[in-house]
Ligand binder design. Structure first.
Ligand SMILES: [Zn+2]
Length: 92
């Protein structure tokens, strides 16, 4: 089973976590100023990279805290973990 490292609890089985999707998507500051295409882009369209993906995770069956992670979509390997609201760590 895939192991995910909660920043507060340490490594745990994937079954204890819930993925919240892509990280770093901010709600538009002026949603009324968006046209339909821009609004649809915010609501529905997400990156689907082959490689590093920035994701939100919640330790739902543990401490229930959210954090961000960088995961390789090819190998499923988690590359880094960092707090919500923080900038991603610099990687090679
Ligand atoms: Zn935890």
């Amino acid at each position: 089973m895939l192991q995910i490292e909660c920043p507060w609890c340490g490594p745990r089985d994937q079954s204890e976590f819930s993925c919240g999707g892509e990280a770093h998507i901010s709600r538009p500051l002026e949603p009324d100023a968006l046209d339909d295409i821009e609004w649809a882009d915010y609501l529905f369209f997400r990156k689907n990279p082959c490689g590093r993906h920035y994701e939100q995770w919640c330790h739902i069956f543990g401490c229930r805290r959210w954090f961000n992670a960088i995961r390789d979509t090819v190998t499923y390997k988690f590359i880094a973990y960092y707090e919500m609201g923080a900038n991603p760590p610099e990687l090679d």
